[in-house]
Write a protein that binds this ligand. Structure first.
Ligand code: FAD
Length: 355
Protein backbone atom coordinates (compact mmCIF):
# COMPACT_ATOMS: atom_id res chain seq x y z
CA UNK A 1 0.00 0.00 0.00
CA UNK A 2 1.39 3.43 -0.86
CA UNK A 3 1.67 6.11 1.78
CA UNK A 4 -1.04 8.78 1.75
CA UNK A 5 1.29 11.70 2.48
CA UNK A 6 5.07 11.86 2.42
CA UNK A 7 6.78 15.08 3.50
CA UNK A 8 10.38 15.87 2.57
CA UNK A 9 11.92 18.41 4.92
CA UNK A 10 12.64 19.26 8.52
CA UNK A 11 11.93 22.95 8.97
CA UNK A 12 8.82 24.86 10.08
CA UNK A 13 7.06 24.02 6.78
CA UNK A 14 7.58 20.26 7.10
CA UNK A 15 6.61 20.00 10.79
CA UNK A 16 3.54 22.20 10.39
CA UNK A 17 2.44 20.12 7.40
CA UNK A 18 3.01 16.98 9.49
CA UNK A 19 0.96 18.33 12.43
CA UNK A 20 -1.98 19.07 10.13
CA UNK A 21 -1.71 15.82 8.15
CA UNK A 22 -1.40 13.72 11.33
CA UNK A 23 -4.42 15.38 12.91
CA UNK A 24 -6.35 14.65 9.70
CA UNK A 25 -5.57 10.93 10.26
CA UNK A 26 -3.35 10.75 7.17
CA UNK A 27 -0.50 9.05 9.06
CA UNK A 28 2.23 11.18 7.44
CA UNK A 29 5.79 10.00 6.93
CA UNK A 30 8.52 12.65 7.11
CA UNK A 31 11.98 12.28 5.60
CA UNK A 32 13.97 14.77 7.65
CA UNK A 33 17.40 14.26 6.05
CA UNK A 34 20.52 12.32 6.96
CA UNK A 35 22.24 13.84 10.02
CA UNK A 36 25.55 12.06 9.30
CA UNK A 37 26.01 13.23 5.71
CA UNK A 38 29.02 15.53 5.24
CA UNK A 39 27.41 17.51 2.42
CA UNK A 40 24.42 18.19 4.68
CA UNK A 41 26.81 19.34 7.40
CA UNK A 42 28.68 21.63 5.00
CA UNK A 43 25.50 23.03 3.46
CA UNK A 44 23.62 23.45 6.73
CA UNK A 45 20.83 21.15 5.57
CA UNK A 46 20.66 18.95 8.65
CA UNK A 47 17.49 17.79 10.43
CA UNK A 48 15.60 20.67 12.07
CA UNK A 49 16.45 22.94 9.16
CA UNK A 50 17.88 26.44 8.97
CA UNK A 51 16.68 27.49 12.43
CA UNK A 52 18.93 24.83 13.93
CA UNK A 53 21.79 27.09 12.82
CA UNK A 54 20.77 30.10 14.84
CA UNK A 55 20.39 31.28 18.42
CA UNK A 56 17.49 33.51 19.47
CA UNK A 57 14.31 33.57 17.44
CA UNK A 58 12.50 36.73 18.48
CA UNK A 59 9.86 37.00 15.78
CA UNK A 60 8.02 33.68 15.89
CA UNK A 61 4.66 34.58 17.47
CA UNK A 62 3.86 33.01 20.87
CA UNK A 63 7.44 33.02 22.17
CA UNK A 64 7.76 36.25 24.17
CA UNK A 65 10.66 36.94 26.50
CA UNK A 66 11.01 34.76 29.55
CA UNK A 67 12.45 31.55 30.90
CA UNK A 68 10.97 28.78 28.79
CA UNK A 69 13.31 26.14 30.04
CA UNK A 70 11.01 24.26 32.38
CA UNK A 71 8.32 24.20 29.74
CA UNK A 72 10.77 22.72 27.25
CA UNK A 73 11.72 20.01 29.74
CA UNK A 74 8.16 18.82 30.00
CA UNK A 75 7.27 19.28 26.33
CA UNK A 76 10.14 17.43 24.69
CA UNK A 77 10.65 13.67 24.77
CA UNK A 78 13.30 12.55 27.23
CA UNK A 79 16.18 12.07 24.80
CA UNK A 80 15.72 15.54 23.36
CA UNK A 81 15.80 17.25 26.74
CA UNK A 82 19.57 16.95 26.92
CA UNK A 83 20.08 17.82 23.32
CA UNK A 84 23.14 19.96 22.95
CA UNK A 85 21.40 23.16 22.07
CA UNK A 86 20.60 24.61 25.47
CA UNK A 87 21.85 28.15 25.49
CA UNK A 88 24.56 28.85 28.03
CA UNK A 89 24.00 25.82 30.25
CA UNK A 90 21.78 26.67 33.18
CA UNK A 91 21.53 30.36 32.41
CA UNK A 92 18.02 31.65 32.08
CA UNK A 93 17.08 33.61 28.99
CA UNK A 94 15.26 36.62 30.38
CA UNK A 95 15.14 38.58 27.16
CA UNK A 96 14.63 35.87 24.56
CA UNK A 97 11.73 33.46 24.42
CA UNK A 98 13.34 30.63 22.57
CA UNK A 99 16.28 29.70 20.39
CA UNK A 100 16.11 28.15 16.94
CA UNK A 101 16.91 24.50 17.74
CA UNK A 102 14.50 24.52 20.68
CA UNK A 103 11.69 25.94 18.56
CA UNK A 104 12.29 23.31 15.90
CA UNK A 105 12.52 20.44 18.38
CA UNK A 106 9.16 21.53 19.82
CA UNK A 107 7.55 21.63 16.37
CA UNK A 108 8.87 18.14 15.61
CA UNK A 109 7.65 16.87 18.99
CA UNK A 110 4.20 18.32 18.32
CA UNK A 111 4.09 16.42 15.01
CA UNK A 112 5.24 13.20 16.70
CA UNK A 113 2.61 13.58 19.43
CA UNK A 114 -0.10 13.24 16.76
CA UNK A 115 1.47 10.14 15.23
CA UNK A 116 3.90 11.45 12.59
CA UNK A 117 6.52 8.90 11.57
CA UNK A 118 10.04 10.17 10.92
CA UNK A 119 12.96 8.72 8.98
CA UNK A 120 16.40 10.33 9.14
CA UNK A 121 17.16 9.80 5.48
CA UNK A 122 17.86 11.99 2.47
CA UNK A 123 15.52 11.63 -0.46
CA UNK A 124 17.92 11.42 -3.38
CA UNK A 125 15.61 10.59 -6.28
CA UNK A 126 11.95 10.90 -7.17
CA UNK A 127 9.74 9.51 -9.92
CA UNK A 128 6.78 11.84 -10.30
CA UNK A 129 5.83 10.60 -13.76
CA UNK A 130 3.11 8.25 -12.54
CA UNK A 131 0.87 7.53 -9.54
CA UNK A 132 1.80 6.46 -6.95
CA UNK A 133 4.98 8.54 -6.86
CA UNK A 134 8.21 6.71 -5.95
CA UNK A 135 10.93 8.21 -3.73
CA UNK A 136 14.40 6.72 -3.33
CA UNK A 137 16.48 7.35 -0.22
CA UNK A 138 20.27 7.67 0.17
CA UNK A 139 20.47 4.06 1.40
CA UNK A 140 18.63 2.76 -1.67
CA UNK A 141 15.30 2.12 0.07
CA UNK A 142 12.16 3.27 -1.72
CA UNK A 143 8.70 4.38 -0.73
CA UNK A 144 5.53 4.94 -2.74
CA UNK A 145 3.11 7.75 -1.98
CA UNK A 146 -0.13 9.19 -3.29
CA UNK A 147 0.78 12.78 -2.38
CA UNK A 148 4.10 14.46 -1.77
CA UNK A 149 4.81 17.66 0.13
CA UNK A 150 8.17 19.16 -0.82
CA UNK A 151 9.37 21.24 2.14
CA UNK A 152 13.10 20.84 1.63
CA UNK A 153 13.93 24.50 2.26
CA UNK A 154 16.78 26.59 1.01
CA UNK A 155 20.21 27.58 2.22
CA UNK A 156 21.80 31.01 2.41
CA UNK A 157 24.90 31.48 0.30
CA UNK A 158 28.05 32.46 2.16
CA UNK A 159 31.44 33.64 0.93
CA UNK A 160 33.11 30.45 2.12
CA UNK A 161 35.82 32.10 4.27
CA UNK A 162 36.98 30.19 7.38
CA UNK A 163 36.81 33.45 9.39
CA UNK A 164 33.20 33.93 8.25
CA UNK A 165 32.31 30.45 9.48
CA UNK A 166 34.00 31.12 12.82
CA UNK A 167 31.85 34.20 13.46
CA UNK A 168 28.46 32.85 12.37
CA UNK A 169 25.99 33.79 15.15
CA UNK A 170 28.70 36.09 16.56
CA UNK A 171 28.11 38.92 14.14
CA UNK A 172 27.95 37.13 10.78
CA UNK A 173 24.38 36.72 9.58
CA UNK A 174 22.53 35.97 6.37
CA UNK A 175 19.24 37.48 7.51
CA UNK A 176 18.88 41.16 8.40
CA UNK A 177 15.17 40.83 9.18
CA UNK A 178 15.96 37.99 11.61
CA UNK A 179 19.02 39.45 13.33
CA UNK A 180 19.21 43.19 12.69
CA UNK A 181 17.26 43.99 15.86
CA UNK A 182 19.71 42.12 18.14
CA UNK A 183 21.50 44.24 20.77
CA UNK A 184 24.99 43.39 19.44
CA UNK A 185 24.23 45.43 16.31
CA UNK A 186 22.55 48.44 17.95
CA UNK A 187 24.12 51.80 17.03
CA UNK A 188 27.16 50.06 15.61
CA UNK A 189 28.60 50.20 12.09
CA UNK A 190 27.68 47.15 9.97
CA UNK A 191 28.59 45.84 6.56
CA UNK A 192 26.33 44.27 3.93
CA UNK A 193 27.86 42.13 1.19
CA UNK A 194 25.98 41.99 -2.11
CA UNK A 195 24.72 44.10 -4.97
CA UNK A 196 21.22 42.82 -5.77
CA UNK A 197 17.75 43.84 -4.62
CA UNK A 198 18.02 41.93 -1.36
CA UNK A 199 21.38 43.53 -0.56
CA UNK A 200 19.91 47.00 -1.17
CA UNK A 201 16.85 46.11 0.91
CA UNK A 202 18.87 44.60 3.77
CA UNK A 203 21.23 47.59 3.90
CA UNK A 204 18.31 50.03 3.99
CA UNK A 205 16.57 47.94 6.64
CA UNK A 206 19.70 47.84 8.82
CA UNK A 207 19.96 51.65 8.87
CA UNK A 208 17.10 51.54 11.42
CA UNK A 209 19.46 50.00 13.97
CA UNK A 210 23.03 50.66 12.84
CA UNK A 211 25.06 53.85 13.21
CA UNK A 212 26.29 53.32 9.64
CA UNK A 213 26.05 50.64 6.95
CA UNK A 214 28.77 49.90 4.41
CA UNK A 215 27.83 48.06 1.23
CA UNK A 216 30.60 45.91 -0.24
CA UNK A 217 30.07 45.57 -3.99
CA UNK A 218 32.42 43.57 -6.20
CA UNK A 219 31.91 45.77 -9.27
CA UNK A 220 31.39 49.51 -9.78
CA UNK A 221 27.61 49.26 -9.96
CA UNK A 222 24.66 47.57 -8.29
CA UNK A 223 22.70 44.71 -9.84
CA UNK A 224 19.59 45.81 -7.95
CA UNK A 225 16.65 47.47 -9.69
CA UNK A 226 17.23 51.20 -10.25
CA UNK A 227 14.79 52.32 -7.56
CA UNK A 228 16.18 49.96 -4.90
CA UNK A 229 19.79 50.78 -5.78
CA UNK A 230 19.15 54.52 -5.64
CA UNK A 231 17.35 54.27 -2.33
CA UNK A 232 20.39 52.55 -0.84
CA UNK A 233 23.02 54.70 -2.55
CA UNK A 234 21.29 57.97 -1.55
CA UNK A 235 20.72 56.95 2.05
CA UNK A 236 22.71 59.20 4.39
CA UNK A 237 23.74 56.26 6.59
CA UNK A 238 24.92 54.02 3.73
CA UNK A 239 28.41 54.21 2.28
CA UNK A 240 29.24 52.25 -0.87
CA UNK A 241 32.51 50.35 -1.10
CA UNK A 242 32.73 49.76 -4.85
CA UNK A 243 35.12 47.27 -6.46
CA UNK A 244 35.83 45.47 -3.23
CA UNK A 245 35.41 42.00 -1.74
CA UNK A 246 35.63 40.81 1.87
CA UNK A 247 38.87 38.94 2.32
CA UNK A 248 38.63 38.21 6.04
CA UNK A 249 36.24 38.68 8.92
CA UNK A 250 38.04 40.06 11.97
CA UNK A 251 36.97 39.46 15.55
CA UNK A 252 37.92 39.16 19.19
CA UNK A 253 36.80 35.49 19.44
CA UNK A 254 33.45 36.55 20.95
CA UNK A 255 32.22 38.84 18.19
CA UNK A 256 32.98 40.43 14.85
CA UNK A 257 35.05 43.62 15.16
CA UNK A 258 35.77 44.35 11.52
CA UNK A 259 36.27 43.14 7.97
CA UNK A 260 39.33 43.28 5.74
CA UNK A 261 38.48 44.40 2.21
CA UNK A 262 40.45 43.62 -0.91
CA UNK A 263 40.17 45.78 -4.00
CA UNK A 264 39.18 44.09 -7.26
CA UNK A 265 40.98 46.93 -9.10
CA UNK A 266 44.39 46.65 -7.43
CA UNK A 267 43.86 49.50 -4.94
CA UNK A 268 45.18 49.24 -1.37
CA UNK A 269 43.49 46.88 1.10
CA UNK A 270 41.23 48.48 3.68
CA UNK A 271 39.87 47.50 7.09
CA UNK A 272 36.40 48.52 8.23
CA UNK A 273 35.54 48.55 11.93
CA UNK A 274 32.11 46.91 12.08
CA UNK A 275 30.16 44.85 14.60
CA UNK A 276 28.44 42.69 12.04
CA UNK A 277 28.56 41.38 8.49
CA UNK A 278 25.32 40.58 6.68
CA UNK A 279 25.48 38.38 3.60
CA UNK A 280 22.97 39.14 0.85
CA UNK A 281 24.43 37.09 -1.98
CA UNK A 282 21.43 34.90 -2.58
CA UNK A 283 19.97 31.59 -1.45
CA UNK A 284 20.08 28.14 -3.01
CA UNK A 285 16.80 26.21 -2.87
CA UNK A 286 17.19 22.50 -2.05
CA UNK A 287 15.74 21.09 -5.27
CA UNK A 288 18.54 18.83 -6.49
CA UNK A 289 16.71 15.59 -5.69
CA UNK A 290 13.75 16.65 -7.87
CA UNK A 291 15.96 16.38 -10.96
CA UNK A 292 13.87 18.74 -13.08
CA UNK A 293 10.57 16.91 -12.52
CA UNK A 294 8.84 19.95 -10.99
CA UNK A 295 8.67 23.26 -12.77
CA UNK A 296 10.92 25.88 -11.16
CA UNK A 297 10.69 29.67 -11.37
CA UNK A 298 13.40 31.80 -12.98
CA UNK A 299 15.33 31.87 -9.69
CA UNK A 300 15.32 28.08 -9.34
CA UNK A 301 12.60 27.78 -6.66
CA UNK A 302 9.69 25.35 -6.99
CA UNK A 303 6.90 27.16 -8.79
CA UNK A 304 3.47 27.44 -7.21
CA UNK A 305 1.21 27.11 -10.23
CA UNK A 306 -2.00 28.54 -8.72
CA UNK A 307 -2.33 31.77 -6.74
CA UNK A 308 -2.84 31.19 -2.99
CA UNK A 309 -2.45 27.40 -3.34
CA UNK A 310 0.60 25.19 -2.81
CA UNK A 311 -0.01 23.29 -6.07
CA UNK A 312 3.00 22.52 -8.25
CA UNK A 313 3.31 21.50 -11.91
CA UNK A 314 2.62 17.86 -10.94
CA UNK A 315 -0.88 16.99 -9.72
CA UNK A 316 -0.64 15.58 -6.18
CA UNK A 317 2.71 17.25 -5.39
CA UNK A 318 2.62 20.31 -3.13
CA UNK A 319 5.41 22.66 -2.08
CA UNK A 320 5.81 24.63 1.15
CA UNK A 321 8.34 26.89 2.82
CA UNK A 322 11.55 28.39 1.50
CA UNK A 323 11.92 25.86 -1.32
CA UNK A 324 9.06 27.68 -3.04
CA UNK A 325 9.58 31.15 -1.57
CA UNK A 326 12.25 33.39 -3.03
CA UNK A 327 10.87 36.46 -1.27
CA UNK A 328 9.73 36.18 2.37
CA UNK A 329 11.89 33.33 3.70
CA UNK A 330 10.72 33.45 7.32
CA UNK A 331 9.88 30.69 9.78
CA UNK A 332 6.30 31.88 10.21
CA UNK A 333 5.64 32.09 6.47
CA UNK A 334 7.17 28.62 6.00
CA UNK A 335 4.90 27.27 8.75
CA UNK A 336 1.90 28.96 7.13
CA UNK A 337 2.49 27.38 3.73
CA UNK A 338 3.19 24.03 5.45
CA UNK A 339 -0.33 24.20 6.88
CA UNK A 340 -1.69 25.06 3.41
CA UNK A 341 0.16 22.18 1.75
CA UNK A 342 -1.24 19.64 4.23
CA UNK A 343 -4.79 20.92 3.67
CA UNK A 344 -4.24 20.87 -0.09
CA UNK A 345 -2.97 17.26 0.11
CA UNK A 346 -5.91 16.23 2.29
CA UNK A 347 -8.36 17.73 -0.20
CA UNK A 348 -6.55 16.07 -3.11
CA UNK A 349 -6.85 12.68 -1.39
CA UNK A 350 -10.54 13.28 -0.69
CA UNK A 351 -11.20 14.39 -4.25
CA UNK A 352 -9.53 11.23 -5.59
CA UNK A 353 -11.44 8.95 -3.23
CA UNK A 354 -8.48 7.96 -1.02
CA UNK A 355 -9.91 9.17 2.33
P1 FAD B 1 14.37 24.73 6.21
O1 FAD B 1 14.44 25.33 7.56
O2 FAD B 1 15.22 25.31 5.13
O3 FAD B 1 14.69 23.17 6.38
C1 FAD B 1 14.80 22.31 5.28
C2 FAD B 1 15.32 20.96 5.76
O4 FAD B 1 14.78 19.95 4.91
C3 FAD B 1 16.83 20.75 5.63
O5 FAD B 1 17.54 21.29 6.69
C4 FAD B 1 16.90 19.21 5.64
O6 FAD B 1 16.89 18.73 6.97
C5 FAD B 1 15.61 18.82 4.94
N1 FAD B 1 15.88 18.38 3.57
C6 FAD B 1 16.30 19.14 2.51
N2 FAD B 1 16.45 18.37 1.41
C7 FAD B 1 16.11 17.11 1.80
C8 FAD B 1 16.08 15.85 1.11
N3 FAD B 1 16.39 15.74 -0.19
N4 FAD B 1 15.73 14.75 1.81
C9 FAD B 1 15.39 14.83 3.12
N5 FAD B 1 15.40 16.00 3.82
C10 FAD B 1 15.77 17.11 3.15
N6 FAD B 1 13.38 33.14 10.22
C11 FAD B 1 12.63 33.74 11.14
O7 FAD B 1 11.41 33.82 10.97
N7 FAD B 1 13.19 34.23 12.29
C12 FAD B 1 14.52 34.15 12.56
O8 FAD B 1 15.00 34.63 13.60
C13 FAD B 1 15.34 33.52 11.58
N8 FAD B 1 16.68 33.40 11.80
C14 FAD B 1 17.44 32.75 10.87
C15 FAD B 1 18.79 32.61 11.12
C16 FAD B 1 19.59 31.94 10.22
C17 FAD B 1 21.07 31.79 10.52
C18 FAD B 1 19.02 31.41 9.03
C19 FAD B 1 19.89 30.66 8.03
C20 FAD B 1 17.68 31.57 8.76
C21 FAD B 1 16.86 32.24 9.68
N9 FAD B 1 15.51 32.42 9.46
C22 FAD B 1 14.73 33.01 10.40
C23 FAD B 1 14.86 31.90 8.23
C24 FAD B 1 14.17 30.56 8.55
O9 FAD B 1 15.09 29.72 9.18
C25 FAD B 1 13.64 29.92 7.29
O10 FAD B 1 12.76 30.80 6.63
C26 FAD B 1 12.88 28.63 7.62
O11 FAD B 1 13.68 27.75 8.38
C27 FAD B 1 12.45 27.92 6.34
O12 FAD B 1 11.83 26.74 6.72
P2 FAD B 1 11.56 25.53 5.75
O13 FAD B 1 10.57 24.69 6.46
O14 FAD B 1 11.23 25.99 4.39
O15 FAD B 1 12.89 24.67 5.63
Amino acid sequence: MPEKVVIVGSGPAAWTAAIYAARAQLNPLVFQGNPYDNTNKANGTLPLGQLALTTEVENFPSWPAGNTREYLRTALKADDVDFPYWVAGDKEQPTHGINGPELMALMRQQAVNFGTRIESKDVTKVDLSKQPFTLTMHDGTTVETLTLIVASGARANYLGLPSEDKYKNKGVSACAVCDGFLPIFRNKPLVVVGAGDSAAEEATYLTKFASKVYMVVRRDQMRASKIMAERAMNHPKIEMKWNTVVEEVLGNEKQVTGVKLKSTKGAADETLDVAGMFLAIGHTPNVHFLDGQLELNEMGYVKWTTVARTYTSVDGVFAAGDVADDYYRQAISAAGTGCMAALDAERWLGHHGHV
